[in-house]
Design a protein around this ligand. Structure first.
Ligand code: 5GP
Ligand code: ZN
Length: 113
């Protein structure tokens, strides 16, 4: 945990968020600035900055499993949805605490900007 990290503080309940799902190791919240009708963030409770910082397959796998579960709960699984991890500056990562975006509820374009 990092005391000055936004997502650590949300994970600890110090900053309010709309939590839609919890596992022992992660939470899923609604993004404050949604880019699609459904825009969720899967956030591990453990502070890991980016994908560069861990190769723990169980940890990373658990985040993907949480992403598919929230997509299913939001009924995105039939029509489709996108799971995005922005890593570092050029990818547009703004919060340095690893998180998965789950986006759905509209048609997506490719390639992403
Ligand atoms: P990134 O740009 O790092 O991939 O994604 C960070 C995401 O966190 C952005 O989509 C942004 O809208 C979201 N975000 C930033 N601050 C907050 C907050 O305080 N609460 C919630 N729920 N989402 C946030
Ligand atoms: Zn953190």
């Amino acid at each position: 945990m990092s005391t000055d990290c936004l997502f650590c503080r949300i994970a600890k309940g110090e900053i309010p968020a709309q939590v839609v799902y919890r596992t022992p190791t992660a939470i899923a919240i609604r993004d404050i600035n949604p880019q699609a009708p459904v825009h969720l963030l899967v956030i591990p409770l453990e502070h890991v900055e980016t994908l560069n910082d861990t190769a723990d397959a169980e940890f990373l796998g658990s985040l993907l499993v949480a992403a598919r579960e929230v997509a299913r709960r939001e009924r995105l699984d039939l029509k489709g949805y996108r799971v995005v991890v922005n890593n570092g500056v050029e990818a547009g990562q703004t919060v340095p605490h690893l998180h998965l975006h789950v986006l759905g509820g509209r048609a997506m374009r490719w390639p992403p900007g």
